[in-house]
Design a protein around this ligand. Structure first.
Ligand code: ADE
Length: 225
């Protein structure tokens, strides 16, 4: 998979890809992540990428021309399956979306800033608009990092067995059951006996039951879907 991220703040997007699982995925060649500084596609001597909005009102709008130049350049080099725009008014990211996107070959992720992008960018290029939740960030970069993390960890070969994505919370519309590790007793609190029993079919049943209980209690909406 190849991910091209368009941003006015590439420095904000460096460190997420320089540690742990994402770093290893890149080193193993399972994903390529390319950062593009929108200012490199700006117009005029001032490296302008934003301007006042027509009709008046506070806040700048990201201009169509630099974004068009950047996306068109990328599209002239290869085919893209998706051009995703990170924006608080997009569809809220969930595991199903991450699963879907993880099956794409090449994607572009555009990070919004200020009041967002000129509507014509959305009309011309964007195939999917994604929000990471009902709150407003100062820009789409951290949202893009979260999307990339959720997607990259699903790529075949990225996770080892111990951290397998198959047993994650949300994977079957269920929250994950409680987990324990050593010691088996701590300050009088004991690990459920079944987990120490070695009876794996019974352990599996217990986990399913706990996952269901937790989901009913915390996220009944997941069971209705
Ligand atoms: N940009 C600003 N806020 C955002 C959010 N909640 N999700 C995605 N992109 C954003």
């Amino acid at each position: 998979m190849r991910i091209d991220i368009i941003t006015v703040l590439p420095e904000l997007l460096k460190s997420p890809f320089e540690a742990s699982i994402l770093k290893r995925a890149i080193e193993k060649g399972l994903v390529e992540v390319h950062l593009h500084n929108l200012r490199d596609y700006s117009i005029g001597n001032y490296k302008q990428v934003d301007d006042y909005q027509f009709g008046g009102g506070a806040g700048m709008v990201m201009m169509v021309e630099p974004i068009d130049k950047c996306i068109s350049q990328l599209k002239s080099e290869r085919e893209y399956d998706e051009v995703i725009y990170m924006t608080p008014d997009g569809n809220t990211l969930n595991q199903g979306m991450a699963n879907e996107i993880s099956m794409k070959k090449n994607i572009i992720v555009l990070c919004g800033h200020y009041k967002g992008v000129d509507q014509r960018v959305r009309d011309m290029f964007i195939t999917r608009e994604i929000s990471i939740g009902d709150y407003v960030l100062s820009g789409g970069e951290l949202a893009a990092a979260i999307l990339c993390d959720a997607v990259i960890r699903l790529l075949p070969g990225v996770l080892n067995d111990e951290t397998s994505a198959l047993t994650d919370t949300f994977q079957d519309n269920l929250l994950a059951p409680p987990v324990y590790t050593r010691p088996s007793e701590y300050k009088g609190m004991e690990v459920p006996k079944i987990l120490l029993s070695g009876n794996f079919p019974e352990i599996e049943k217990w986990r399913e039951q706990k996952a269901l209980e937790r989901t009913k209690q915390r996220r009944p909406d997941l069971l209705e879907e």
